[in-house]
Ligand binder design. Structure first.
Ligand SMILES: *Cc1c(COP(=O)(O)O)cnc(C)c1O
Length: 456
């Protein structure tokens, strides 16, 4: 064993390899040396009497592979051919050109982020976005933070710390990876007071739970699941009337924050923030990067007195939105004010894409891929979904390419890890590329990637 350990190449022998010295010219000598040291110590710790000792060349290859894979810009762009419009694993909503440019602009130089140019005094990064949100939704004011989970924690902590928050049993749920309503309440320092049953909850259930300890009533949109059949839940306006009587704030987490009417696109209704405000919710919470189609953000709209409380809370600072997201969000909201959201915001472009257009694109893709006996390729009607915890069970007719190959999983792996990664979905042992979620400009890249992966 001792002999074996002695055979492991030395640091200096690896350092003198030409590939390593080439790497040293592009990267920090210290960092490359540390990586080699790590690699050598791993070899030392895993070696046993039977293992082969790697050569200097093998070690330097491992090191340069590691550097090539990891020491480059990330995340990598991928083409989403899954048909899931808001795919959390793929970064949720792609931004409009205007939003992306606003984010770049805001970051490459100084800005008046927190300075009032006319008075020269300190300003608030929230003032403008608050006004835009008011104009769009009819709310008195708005406030934005890092994401909706943070928004909810801030709202609960600022308005109901140490008190009880009434939630329907049907809504004390897990919404997405690691987002459980009971846990969020606990972490916000409030006590969960569950009322009603899993399928039916009435206003009188909330009413009988009200007491001096009540800090808020919270209603959460069941965004990623559906209870069907014998169900009942009070409307936001019923809850608002109840809250108003006892001066208890009614908080409404609508999740996706669709400002547009999803029923116009043949989908089930999603609660809209402006409707929540009109129904009397004191605060309404939603994400920036789901159906709003903007950057990651948590948006809070509602009554000025409550928004002010939130903005003065220490967590507001901890959850502060950064300037790039703020700039991108502002540009996204302006699309809605200009009534151009459907044509400019990628998620709405995808949702509103016409079937004829999708069929044409699918045909174009399929005719440009060479035919072979080893696989078959066909244009098929398929179903896209919204995803991102929005409109569960709802599908949209779409068109795509169905590829039948010997080993679909292996093909999917290959095309995911190629030089222009494509993420398809596997269905019935075939590989499906749904055109609805492929950005129009990406069709040629999709064609080239499929053709290339089939060839090799
Ligand atoms: C997605 C979602 C959240 C979490 O929002 P993030 O922006 O991902 O933090 C909270 N509540 C509801 C109802 C949601 O759908």
């Amino acid at each position: 064993m001792r002999e074996k350990l002695r055979q492991i190449p030395s640091m200096s022998s690896v350092l003198s390899d030409t590939r390593i010295s080439e790497l040293m010219t592009g990267f920090s000598t210290e960092a490359v040396t540390a990586l080699i040291r790590q690699q050598l110590s791993q070899i030392r710790s895993t070696i046993d009497s039977k293992s082969e000792i790697p050569t200097v060349l093998e070690i330097s290859n491992q090191v340069s592979d590691h550097i090539e894979r990891n020491w480059s810009n990330w995340p990598r762009n991928v083409i989403n051919a899954t048909g899931v419009v808001i795919h959390t694993n793929l970064g949720r909503a792609p931004l409009s050109t205007e939003s992306m440019e606003a984010a770049i602009d805001s970051s490459k130089t100084y800005s008046d982020l927190e300075l009032e140019l006319d008075s020269g005094k300190r300003g608030s990064r929230q003032a403008r976005i608050s006004q835009l949100l008011s104009s769009l939704t009819g709310a008195e004011a708005g406030f934005v933070v890092n994401n909706n989970a943070a928004a909810l924690m801030l709202g609960l902590s600022a308005l109901a710390l140490g008190k009880e928050v009434i939630v329907s049993r049907s809504e004390a749920v897990e919404i997405g990876g690691g987002f459980r309503i009971p846990d969020i309440l606990k972490q916000s320092g409030v006590t969960l007071a569950e009322v009603g049953t899993t399928n039916r909850t009435y206003v009188r259930d909330y009413e009988s739970e009200l007491n001096e300890e009540t800090g808020a009533i919270l209603s959460i949109h069941a965004s990623n699941f559906k209870i069907i059949g014998f169900t009942a839940a009070p409307s936001i306006s019923d809850l608002s009337n109840l809250g108003a009587r006892g001066e208890i704030p009614v908080l409404h987490d609508v999740g996706s924050g669709s400002l547009l009417d999803t029923t116009k696109y043949g989908l089930a209704p999603e609660p809209r923030p402006q409707e929540s405000i009109a129904a009397g919710a004191d605060l309404c919470f939603f994400s920036g990067d789901k159906l709003l189609g903007g950057p990651q953000a948590g948006i809070i709209i509602g009554r000025k007195i409550y928004i002010e409380k939130l903005s003065n809370h220490p967590l507001a600072r901890a959850f502060r939105i950064d300037k790039m997201n703020l700039a991108a969000l502002t540009a996204t909201l302006i699309h809605y004010l200009k009534e151009e959201a459907q044509n400019k915001i990628p998620v709405w472009q995808m949702i509103s894409a016409g079937l004829d257009d999708l069929r044409k694109r699918a045909h174009n893709v399929s005719t440009k891929i060479p035919k072979s006996d080893l696989y078959s390729l066909e244009v098929i009607g398929t179903k896209s979904t919204i995803g991102g915890g929005s409109l569960p069970g709802e599908t949209m007719d779409s068109f795509g390419i169905q590829l039948k190959v010997n080993n679909p999983e292996q093909f999917a792996l290959k095309i995911r890890t190629g030089s222009s990664p494509i993420v398809p979905r596997i269905e019935d042992d075939t590989v499906i590329f749904d055109l609805r979620t492929v950005l129009q400009n990406d069709d040629e890249t999709l064609i080239a990637s499929i053709a290339h992966s089939l060839k090799n």
